[in-house]
Design a binder for this molecule. Structure first.
Ligand SMILES: *Cc1c(COP(=O)(O)O)cnc(C)c1O
Length: 386
């Protein structure tokens, strides 16, 4: 049956699209690339693509994109220096599922373990610990959002009879601070506890792997698993992500997927077959070189933004190699218009691919015209946390 939608349906959809297009030019505070174009894939939306079950075993249901998913996994395993002959992974619904899955595997390996994560970890981490009934210790951070290693050392020592699962932030949500996985590894080895380290690299994973000086976060640095979001730095029209781990550790635990013809090794049952295509397509389109150019653009824009804010007497700052610029929260009308993520007196701008200098300049012009100077804290005051 061909369906011809009514004028009411058409105008509802047109209005929705207009609303989205109206807000789009003011996105400067959220970690999502906007320079993507997947038109070549649009005709594939005429089909259900379902990657149900393990990506490395083709399921009975033939309409899937697992061959592409496996190439995506191979790309990130290589980028994150996972062991050549011992890695595994899949395309998730986002960074949150990647974290949940990694902690699930870690807990399966070490049922008696305790989870350690910093106060700056994404809110989804505490939820994952809750779902898994994992006892967790929250560790403080320095003023820029990096975990306090001495506090971590003390917490692990205080619980030395329990194996340790550490979730390292590779780019915190608010300040894009990066924990040092090599240091964390050393602390755990010295404490003599069985351990598992997961790198939550939702936003920054791809470019942290590319930038110099190398920040320790990957498998060669001591991580057992790494997850990223696909709709953040890569950019995608629907939320998605990738989780990578060692096959040998994942296999310590597995369920069979009864009637789907593939092992049930993922969190959800049915999985998007379109999401792997987006990520695969972006890898073909950009490649390492393209990813590198996009992050360089973002870093330059972040430096420009910081300089311009400083010139205007705003107490802005940013972490090394971060796309995120922190500034004291400006007046409320500006926060609303520019949809600035705001926390305890601080807001941030994230210079994602697709964000141009014109948009930053428009924001700065609004800031110049604003009467209120903003209530933000001064530089030097610890970056506030609950
Ligand atoms: C965004 C983010 C997440 C969650 O990722 P989703 O793709 O939104 O599920 C997890 N951790 C960090 C550090 C993030 O920035």
């Amino acid at each position: 049956m061909t369906y011809n939608s009514t004028p009411a349906v058409q105008s509802r959809l047109q209005k929705f699209k207009k609303d989205i297009e109206r807000h789009y030019p003011f996105y400067i505070g959220f970690p999502a690339a906007s320079d993507f174009d997947y038109q070549e894939l649009y005709s594939l939306f005429g089909y259900l693509l379902n990657n149900i079950g393990d990506p490395f075993v083709d399921s009975l249901y033939a309409s899937h994109s697992k061959a592409f998913e496996r190439e995506v996994v191979a790309f990130f395993a290589d980028l994150f220096r996972a062991p050549k002959d011992d890695h595994w992974g899949y395309v998730t619904t986002g960074g949150t599922e990647g974290n949940l899955y990694a902690l699930y595997i870690a807990r399966s390996l070490y049922p008696e373990a305790r989870l350690y994560h910093s106060e700056a970890a994404h809110y989804g981490v505490a939820k994952a610990a809750d779902i898994l009934r994992l006892p967790a210790s929250k560790i403080g951070t320095d003023e820029k959002g990096e975990v306090d290693y001495q506090a971590l050392r003390r917490a692990v020592a205080a619980n030395h009879r329990q194996p340790a699962i550490v979730l390292a932030n590779i780019g915190t949500t608010m300040t894009e601070a990066k924990d040092d996985v090599a240091k964390i590894k050393q602390i755990l080895v010295e404490a003599g506890v069985p351990h598992f380290i997961h790198s939550d690299a939702a936003l920054a994973g791809i470019y942290t792997a590319l930038l110099e000086p190398h920040h320790p976060f990957d498998f060669a640095d001591g991580a057992n698993s790494i997850s990223i979001s696909g709709h953040k730095f890569i950019g995608a029209p629907e939320p998605c992500g990738v989780v990578i781990m060692k096959r040998s550790e994942r296999e310590a635990f597995s369920r069979s997927g009864q009637y789907i013809g593939a092992p049930d090794t993922t969190i959800t049952g049915s999985r998007s077959g379109h999401a792997p295509l987006f990520i695969w397509y972006a890898i073909q389109k950009w490649g390492m070189q393209g990813f590198m150019e996009r992050v360089q653009c973002g870093l330059e824009l972040a430096e420009y933004t910081l300089t311009e804010l400083t010139k205007r007497g705003r107490q802005a700052w940013r972490n090394p190699n971060a796309l995120t610029v922190m500034l004291p929260t400006p007046a409320e009308d500006i926060v609303r218009k520019w949809q600035l993520a705001t926390y305890d007196g601080w807001s941030h701008i994230i210079c994602m691919p697709g964000l141009g200098r014109e948009r930053i300049d428009a924001f700065l012009a609004d800031l110049d015209n604003s009467v209120a100077k903003g209530q933000g804290a001064m530089y030097g005051r610890p970056y506030p946390r609950t």
